[in-house]
Write a protein that binds this ligand. Sequence first.
Ligand SMILES: [Zn+2]
Length: 216
Amino acid sequence: MVPDDIVLAMAELSADAVFGKIPENRYLYYIEEALKAGDAQAKKYGGMSVDQLCSELDVSLVVEDKSERLGTVNLRGQTMFEGGRAVIYVYKESIASLAENSSWDGEPCLNIEDALDTHVYHELFHVLEEKNGYVSDSLEPVRLWKFFSHEHLSHITRCSEIAAHRFAKGMKDLPWLPNFYDYIYLYNTGALKEDDFSSFFSRMRALVDKGKGGTP
Ligand SMILES: [Zn+2]
């Protein structure tokens, strides 16, 4: 079973802090616009290697052997802005572990280099956003509350993640949005049981159907 990009994007969207405030009939707007934004940049930079794109965007790349932890989560990559210059850190140990556990549905494991590239492309997308504006800011905000003439609006930050996944998928010609590797990893390492895996993706598919106005 391989979820399509819309379902994988829904997995990302539904994790947004204000997902509950998005009207169901707007789910597809956020997903499709975010995917389009990722595609547009992949089309523009397609064919450029990680190193070429790093130098084009004046980004330093630091590959650390060890993992970095953020609370209980093993970080695989992050971007810092140091003295006005973007520095992308990727953590080889946790990326290697992801790669070793990435086979799925007849597709072989990613090799470590491809897994590293995927993470760097993802981060490079955020560097592009820093230069050109964030995808989440370019999409309509949702209203969190309204009281008389006061209202509080919020952007959907996960739209930037969806776009970055699609960009990395396009640049590396991956078989699915790369956030699927996170679920494959949890499944292949036994952290996510088969039933939980299938029921999670059934729930995501049902949300997509609701967004389309179909019956869940
Ligand atoms: Zn990201």
